[in-house]
Design a protein around this ligand. Sequence first.
Ligand code: FES
Ligand code: FES
Length: 190
Amino acid sequence: MQIMTLTINGTDVTAEVDERTLLLEFIRDVAGFTGTHNGCLEARCGCCSVEVDGDIVKSCNVLALQVAGRSVTTVEGLAPQRVAPLEHITTQSLAGMYRPLDALGAQDEDLHPLQAAFHKCHALQCGFCTPGMLMVLKDYLEDNPEPSRDDVRKAIAGNICRCTGYQHIVDAAMEAAQVMHPVTAPASDG
Ligand code: FES
Ligand code: FES
């Protein structure tokens, strides 16, 4: 067992972990960020995708100790107002700590543009794949301001959705790209 710290959505989380503890287990079972889902544990479905220092990883495929000291963003970090206070985290699971969005009076404009676009375009059904889709698309769209629909499909090739047929997910990504990278009008001469 070893003591390690991860910064998750801006909060330091310190815990004693086994050498075999997965990053996914640290995020869900130690820190209580249960928005990151376990769909296969075999690096196939993409449900567990998170950012580590700005790069997307499948957190079921990384040991927690491999990323000790680094900064992780999960789906909860996309809409920070949804995250419950975490000051007292030590080694306990805080599953269930998150307040429902409605209870906070949050609106679409409080969400990340991708979350709002998923809502608007009906891009989820059961929602199990959605956290991974959101994280992968956020990472992709930040670097690719004008994707084609084919580009978006390639970007989510490592993420499996069992419900939607992907059409509305691509719709949402195209919509979010416009919000994240608005076309700026050329400056007028005077
Ligand atoms: S749970 Fe990690 S890829 Fe499926
Ligand atoms: S919405 Fe159900 S798995 Fe994607």
